[in-house]
Design a protein around this ligand. Structure first.
Ligand code: GLU
Length: 466
């Protein structure tokens, strides 16, 4: 058996961070078993679904690098209506479904009664049964189609995350599978597609647990092989509430991109959010795929932890290939109006500064002064730039100027510091800090000899002269 999983987002907005974790676990499970991870766009709600949202979802999936194996053949539910229709007819023909002509008022009465009595909502008024006389068909009413749920016994499944779940069938309504206008309903479409796509493992959020017994019974009526189910607990915000845009939580994947989170860091973080492999916190996706199993997915909800995300991000920045990192930092510099030109390679700058930032925006800021001298903040000037500083910088510039171009290295620059400070009768701070301000325009830099070495003799002397 080839394991087949799917991610089935509804394109009604952005790509939700919780959705990405669901996709990640589905993807990793399939890859771990050498199987396939498929994408299905659940766009049967034609009013709420938009192409823009589909594009956002596809771009988000591409950005994190969760590539579907049916990328060139993504399933769109909106294209499957004829298939749904045919199967609804089949269920009607086989006696697994029936027409129901109830009016709104009748249904409302039933609902109130069911609430009082704690039973299933629909009283199965139109369900054909041997020996039962159905009500007369009212004039001018288009019927809905209802599915005949079993009445006795229980529907059970062994949830791969939550363990055995068993629902009394008496609690299951005879679900509407086609509306009066003939359009199929949500649960029916999911079932048909899971069957047609040959999905072996349905891995999804636990907000769908209540749908599962309905779906299982429809699958049985369609003679389909039942998939395994794994329902993932919610992701909560730092306050322990359901993560939501309204509460001001960072929800959309694009927001994480804007924050300067690396996709591999986001996936690493989400992987650990609700699943564990011993004490491992920092890992790559190939490692995750190798380790991932559903047994170690936690059955209780997990909480977002922004600090931990930033820590993991910093670790991934440190581990990233400098050329790859440069591709990500470049647009962020350009956004600040900083052109990366000249002989100084961004990769080399990154090698020097990349352990100083937790996100790509901060990292870009660390690179900025190599390409454009900043105006030092007032407070730094007041603190480090005394009356003697201009003349002292001139004297140090003269020492630097004596260093031949081919000897312009961090070690050789460093070797100038001690004798210079001794001759001036000052401590290193009195040289280093004004030097940073004069050359970089900021007091916050890595070791100043390394910065000067990388920046190059000509540029350093030019800035010191200024
Ligand atoms: N479209 C559903 C959602 O976005 C997912 C359905 C499923 O995974 O079965 O929540």
């Amino acid at each position: 058996m080839t394991v087949k999983t799917r991610f089935a987002p509804s394109p009604t907005g952005y790509l939700h961070i919780g959705g990405v974790r669901t996709a990640l676990y589905s993807w990793a499970f399939a890859k771990h078993h050498g199987g396939e991870f498929l994408l299905r766009i659940e766009d049967t709600d034609l009013e709420r679904s938009t192409q823009e949202s589909v594009d956002i979802i596809l771009q988000g999936m591409d950005w994190v690098g969760l590539h579907a194996d049916n990328r060139d053949n993504i399933v769109y539910q909106s294209k499957n209506f004829p298939r749904y229709k045919a199967l609804i007819q089949q269920l009607l023909d086989e006696g697994h479904a029936y027409h129901c002509y109830c009016s709104k008022e009748e249904l409302e009465e039933m609902r109130e009664k069911a609430e009082r009595e704690g039973t299933a909502t629909y009283d199965r008024r139109w369900r054909p049964e041997t020996g039962k006389t159905l009500p007369p068909i009212p004039d001018g009413v288009e019927p809905v189609v209802r599915f005949k749920m079993p009445i006795d016994g229980v529907t059970r499944w062994n949830d791969l995350v939550k363990g055995e779940i068993s629902i009394p069938n008496a609690a299951l309504d005879d679900l509407i599978i086609a509306r009066a206008d003939g359009t199929p309903t949500y649960n029916f479409c999911v079932v048909v597609d899971d069957m047609d796509m040959g999905i072996t493992h349905v891995i999804r959020g636990d907000d769908h647990v209540n749908n599962t017994p309905k779906q299982i019974n429809i699958l049985k009526a369609l003679d389909a092989t039942l998939p395994e189910y794994a329902h993932l607990p919610m992701i909560l915000n730092e306050q322990g509430k359901k993560i939501s845009k309204r509460s001001g939580d960072t929800v959309a994947v694009t927001e994480y991109e804007d924050m300067g989170i690396l996709p591999e860091a986001l996936l690493n973080y989400l992987a650990r959010l609700g699943w564990a492999h011993g004490d491992d916190e920092f890992f790559t996706m190939p490692q995750f795929v190798q380790w991932f199993d559903l047994e170690h997915v936690s059955a209780s909800p997990s909480r977002m932890d922004g600090k931990k995300l930033m820590w993991i991000n910093a670790e991934h920045i440190k581990a990233a290939d400098n050329a790859e990192l440069a591709k990500l930092v470049l647009p962020r510099l350009e956004k600040q109006g900083i052109a990366v030109s000249g002989s100084l390679q961004l990769e080399d700058v990154l090698a020097l500064v990349k352990d100083r930032a937790h996100d790509l925006n901060a990292l870009a800021a660390e690179c900025a002064y190599f390409y454009r001298k900043a105006v030092p903040p007032e407070a730094d000037v007041a603190k480090h730039w005394d009356a003697e500083a201009p003349a002292r910088m001139q004297r140090f510039a003269a020492k630097l100027a004596e260093l031949p171009e081919q000897d312009w290295t961090a070690e050789n620059i460093h070797a100038l510091f001690a004798p210079f400070c001794e001759a001036e009768g000052i401590k290193m701070g009195k040289l280093g800090m004004p030097l940073r301000l004069a050359v970089c325009g900021t007091a916050k830099t890595p070791s100043v000899d390394a910065v000067l070495a990388l920046m190059g003799k000509e540029e350093v002397l030019k800035r010191l002269a200024q």
